[in-house]
Design a protein around this ligand. Structure first.
Ligand code: PLP
Length: 555
């Protein structure tokens, strides 16, 4: 088998709706889109099978009951559980974790310990904090570096009082995968319950609870192309048998009298009330749909996009990447001190590119990375290289526009105070000059750059004259908000080209940054000295000397 993202995407009707034809959907860690088979299954349930399960025995009720138990069977295969009694339908990962936090802590003694990681989604933090408060338990955290758990150091926080270890299989904020094999080896043989939050993992790889070796695992169908409102809780039968039910109500009982009740057998003991029946039907179709895919090729496709995404974003100057392209479930997270992530999110939204901004319900992790919010782009298998490229170029355009807006604002301010405007070099790219093959090509680009130096009669004053330059040249300077700006004018195109090369690297920097800029090395690296006549090279050095004099006069 193999995998084609284009063919896969065609199975998701949302993308072929007229208003969504240009949509780039990169918010998959929040929820994925749904294939036609899932949408149809939900609709079909209401058309052909809608009745409550178990309680009644008419034809429709029997049909609905059979459907629920068939999907439970499918789910057991999907997760490789030992039996259907180990599969509990929940509303989602959050409900699964609340169930565990409530039921597993019942009967624990004050001072017993729960181990979590700093990278958890709030769904795997808050329920434990609530339970800890109720039973006087202690929560300990796996040692971390900037919020990223160092699972190799888990034994440091395990103690004879540890009763529960509940950790994510992969971060929804930064995408990194947890080393489940390492966790299995470290937790094997200990008298505690190990819970894996696979809410993010399940969309990106096959989940095998027996191979993982955990006691419990939770996931949400909507994260892996299934409907909202339905999730799975896997639990080892021996532990589920011992645990008290979480919620009480219909369906979870065998017998009720006025003072007490007897509970139903597994798995129904944990399924109080009417389940999300239509969503269960959709989940069944979703599992079947996924089983028809080449999951290995699908994951390889996602990983290819992820590497491209990280590789391209790393080229954009000023962007602080918080995620890595390796060992990652499919998430790019970044920040940039030049703008609020929400501004970029709106800009992308305007181009019909959907991403998410915020703490992603993982506040401790995002805070530890030094931010209150990040921008997250998360992949699914229907994303394409075109999606990645459109996203990156939209971000690049936003950043470039921001830079030129800034320099335009500064220019205006300079013009008011000194009668001249700093030239706009935002379209010039030093790397473009570097990558030109051969001197002729580079010289040609330099001549184009000369056009970015506008005529400035206002600075053609004796005090601005650059001495030692063969042609007439004038350099004016102004400091604004601790940054330095220079304006050049000259009769010579070559001097203007060299001036653009120089000022591109200096304008808008502090004096210290300018002193640290090694212009001479770049000048030599680009072979200017070798190919320009001595008088032209001297002209460049004369400009540099004038820059230093002007800086010295304000120091
Ligand atoms: N755990 C992780 C890692 C998640 O990413 C999420 C949702 O984003 C959850 C738990 C909670 O999932 P749900 O909201 O579907 O219950």
């Amino acid at each position: 088998m193999s995998f084609s993202a284009a063919q896969f995407k065609q199975q998701f009707p949302l993308f072929s709706q007229p208003e969504n034809r240009e949509l780039v959907y990169l918010d998959n860690a929040a929820t994925t889109q749904k294939p036609a088979v899932v949408i149809d299954a939900v609709r079909d349930f209401y058309l052909h099978s809608n009745a409550n399960t178990h309680r009644s025995s008419h034809r429709l009720a029997r049909r609905a009951t059979e459907m629920v138990e068939r999907v439970r069977n499918q789910a057991a295969t999907f997760l490789n559980a030992g039996s259907v009694r180990e599969i509990i339908f929940t509303r989602g990962a959050t409900e699964g974790l609340n169930l565990l936090a409530s039921s597993l802590t019942e009967g624990l003694a004050a001072g017993d310990e729960i181990v979590l990681s700093t990278a958890e989604h709030h769904a795997n933090l808050v329920p434990w904090q609530m339970a800890a408060r109720r039973h006087n338990l202690t929560i300990r955290y796996v040692p971390d570096e900037k919020g990223i758990p160092q699972f190799a150091r888990l034994p440091e926080v395990l103690s004879p009082r540890t009763r529960i270890v509940s950790v994510t299989a992969g971060s929804n904020a930064l995408g990194f995968r947890s080393d489940l094999e390492l966790l299995r080896r470290m937790l094997r043989g200990r008298d505690l319950r190990w819970i894996v939050d696979a809410a993010q993992l399940a969309a990106h790889q096959l989940v095998d609870v027996q191979a993982i070796g955990c006691d419990f695992l939770v996931c949400s169908a909507h994260k892996f192309y299934g409907p909202t409102g339905i999730g799975l809780l896997y639990g080892r039968e021996q532990w589920l048998q011992q645990m008290p039910p979480w919620q009480g109500g219909g369906e979870m009982i065998a017998d009720v009298d006025l003072q007490s009740s007897h509970y139903a057998e597994l798995p129904h003991k944990f399924e109080a009330g009417t389940s999300s029946l239509a969503a269960i039907a959709g989940l069944g179709a979703c599992i079947e749909f996924l089983q028809q895919q080449d999951r290995v090729a699908m994951a390889a496709h996602e990983q290819g996009l992820l590497k491209s995404l990280h590789g391209q974003m790393a080229q954009l100057p000023g962007i602080e990447l918080l995620s890595h392209g390796e060992n990652n479930l499919g998430i790019l997270a970044f920040s940039d001190s030049r703008f609020a992530p929400v501004d970029l999110m709106h800009w992308l939204d305007g181009k019909d590119i959907a991403v998410r901004v915020g703490h992603h319900c993982a506040q401790p992790l995002v805070r530890a990375s030094g931010h209150s919010a990040t921008l997250r782009a998360s992949l699914a298998a229907y994303n394409t290289q075109e999606d990645v490229d459109r996203f990156v170029s939209a971000v690049a355009e936003f950043v470039q526009q921001l830079d030129s807006e800034k320099s335009a604002a500064v220019s205006e301010e300079l013009a008011i105070t000194d009668g001249w405007q700093a030239d706009d070099f935002s379209a010039l790219d030093l790397d473009a000059l570097r990558s030109r093959r051969g001197w002729q090509e580079r010289y040609r680009l330099l001549m184009q750059w000369s056009k970015s130096i506008a005529a400035k009669p206002a600075i053609r004053l004796p005090e601005n004259t650059v001495k030692g330059c063969e042609s007439s040249a004038w350099l004016a300077h102004q400091a604004l908000h601790g940054k330095h700006y220079f304006a050049l004018d000259s009769d010579s195109r070559v001097v203007k080209g060299l001036g653009a090369f120089l000022l591109l690297q200096l304008n808008g920097k502090s004096a210290e940054e300018i002193r640290q800029t090694d212009l001479e090395s770049v000048f030599r690296e680009l072979e200017f000295e070798k190919h320009l006549s001595p008088s032209r090279s001297n002209g460049f050095y004369a400009l540099m000397q004038r820059v230093n004099e002007l800086l010295g006069s304000v120091a």
